[in-house]
Design a protein around this ligand. Structure first.
Ligand code: GLA
Length: 385
């Protein structure tokens, strides 16, 4: 990737770029759709990267290009607005817009060539990966030297305000705070976090990309956010709560009566039980109890399938055959609606698991799944060239 990026840059600009940047993507071990309900999540950065080579310009233009796409985009820093025909380009451009809105100085233009081996639109946060990367590029090139959480907050603001997804902070924090071999226990109410070592012993986490693509902005994602808000408004009349995450599992029977709406109740039940699963997961991990960890993953998948209704046929099938081919725990990861899953399997069973799952899924859907070990890694990186 590095060589191809530098080669392309040299070909276009007839000089070498100044710096090489990279940003990982993420999985989420447990705590799904809890972030915008101010709850708990346990993500980790994994080693598939969006990278970019960058050079300073003498004018005030931002030139962006992707190795995977044909056309470059160019905008003037003094005149950035969302351009529907710019497609993926609106992610990086939204970052410059957001920086400006927040009073950051953009003293000169930049040439940026992006490349990526992150599976796109697959629930592994390819969008947060490019957003965080671009904030980091600006931070280093313009000398802001922002800390990780500020980078994540700017990237998140760009995703929600400029790109229109009503998402929580999970993805941006997971990527900016990534640390080798550590999971990030994230409290989305306080935005506080701690690093957790999850000892899986002879087991490993494997990522399965269903290759069923979806765009979250046109998926029912925003609808789920609205359903949660609706339930919260009703429940605030009865409980002293700021978010659905302030509710307890023991409140559920009463909540059912109060809501008197099966769909809204199921959404709330997912959020409340999923927050509890994060706590239980941390506890089981401290006790070295792999069987309980696996059961929690399975329970989370069931809840996302039946109560939150975001998994879908492909991820449900992958769940079933993963368990058939040796996984002891498996769940969809990320938003759902297609996308990816994580499975907990014995390390020595990886080849058997991969071969059989790939073959079975291909036979059924004529789609090639991507299956690889989750290698938990550091977050944002820069190198001078
Ligand atoms: C997407 C969103 C996150 C989070 C997850 C579901 O990845 O961007 O904010 O809501 O879905 O947990």
């Amino acid at each position: 990737m590095k060589n191809k990026l530098i080669y392309t840059y040299r070909n276009i600009f007839h000089k070498k770029p100044d710096k090489l940047f990279s940003s990982p993507c993420r999985i989420n071990l447990i705590g799904e759709h809890t972030d915008y309900n101010l709850g708990l999540a346990l993500p980790a950065a994994i080693s598939k990267y969006t990278s970019a080579v960058v050079g300073k310009r003498n004018d005030r233009k931002i030139y962006i290009r992707s190795l995977n796409k044909k056309d470059p985009y160019e905008v003037d820093l003094d005149n950035i607005s969302k351009i529907p025909t710019y497609g993926w380009g609106n992610y990086p451009l939204g970052v410059f817009y957001t920086l400006k809105e927040n009073g950051y100085k953009l003293p000169f233009g930049l040439n940026i060539i992006y490349g990526s081996n992150v599976p796109m639109a697959s629930g592994l946060s390819s969008s947060a990966s490019i957003l965080n990367l671009t904030v980091y590029i600006a931070s280093i090139m313009y000398g802001y030297n922002l800390d990780e959480t500020t980078i994540a907050n700017i990237a998140h603001e760009s995703e929600t305000k400029y790109n229109g997804l009503k998402c929580g902070i999970l993805d941006e924090y997971a990527i900016a705070l990534g640390k080798k071999d550590k999971c990030i226990l994230l409290d989305c109410k306080s935005n506080k976090y701690s690093y957790e070592s999850i000892d899986l012993k002879d087991y490993a986490l494997v990522v399965i990309v269903s290759n069923v693509k979806r765009s979250l902005t046109v998926s029912p994602y925003n609808k789920r956010v609205e359903e949660c808000q609706k339930a919260l408004t009703i429940l605030k009349g009865h409980y002293d709560i700021e978010s659905l995450s302030d509710l307890k599992v023991s409140d559920l029977p009463n909540i059912k009566t109060l809501l008197n709406d099966e769909i809204l109740f199921k959404r709330v039940r997912h959020i409340v039980t999923e927050n509890q699963r994060v706590r239980d997961f941390i506890k089981a991990s401290k006790e070295g109890d792999i069987t309980t960890l696996a059961n929690i993953l399975n329970k989370s998948h069931e809840s996302l399938k039946d109560d939150y209704e975001v998994s879908g046929e492909y991820l449900d099938y992958i769940h079933d055959i993963s368990l058939k081919y040796g996984a002891i725990g498996e769940r969809m990861t990320g938003a759902g609606f297609g996308g990816s899953s994580i499975a907990l399997i014995k390390k020595i069973d990886f080849s058997y698991f991969k071969e059989n799952l790939y073959k079975d899924y291909l036979e059924k859907y004529h789609i090639k799944a991507k299956i690889f070990p989750a290698n938990i890694c550091d977050g944002l990186k820069v190198k001078s060239l």
